[in-house]
Design a protein around this ligand. Sequence first.
Ligand code: GRF
Length: 215
Amino acid sequence: MSGERKFILGVLGSGRGSNFVAVAEACRAGAVPAEVGLVLSDVAEAGILEQARRRGIQAQFIPPGKFRTRLDEEAEQAYLAALRAARVDLIVLAGFMRVLKPPFLDAFAGRIINIHPSLLPSFPGLEAWKQALAHGVKVTGCTVHWVDAGVDSGPIIGQQAVPVLDEDTPETLHQRIQEAEHALYPRCVGAIARGEIRLQGRRVFGGPPGVIRGA
Ligand code: GRF
């Protein structure tokens, strides 16, 4: 083992944490040269906290404060303090249901990524798989992107496509997209941790090639 410091991930999530599990397991298996140092949630009973604790990873509920869709100032500072204390190199959003605002974004500029359940720029925002079904597209998927001040609008690091089938319900399509997410997210985090990613304008070089999966 070299004495090199590990690349530390801070994961933020509000839900069951299946993407966190995919990333944490890839780290543990050595496929991603990083370790999850901290998991934070705005939901006290979120599955992601339980998943982290089960793996011996520090996990903390931090109340989001008085707003519904973002963190209030006090909460923002509390999240930042916890992330800094854990010496986090990269913030990995995994189903975190609050929009991060400039003070937070500036504190970790260029070091926050998100996964979204559509092929952006199609269907940003909530329940993207339902938007895809309602629109009638035949292909959708998932996207890993840098987080900027917009909603699901930052430069794209990686994408994986999945088919939309005639018999799909919102649940079956979401499930298929999530399986793609669990493959894509660790690959993107790995590329970042290995220092392979380069950003030029909106184009990200060095990430995993776009994946098109058959039916
Ligand atoms: C994922 O589908 C992701 O695309 C979206 O939120 C969901 C989180 O799911 N941003 P999980 O908590 O990782 O299972």
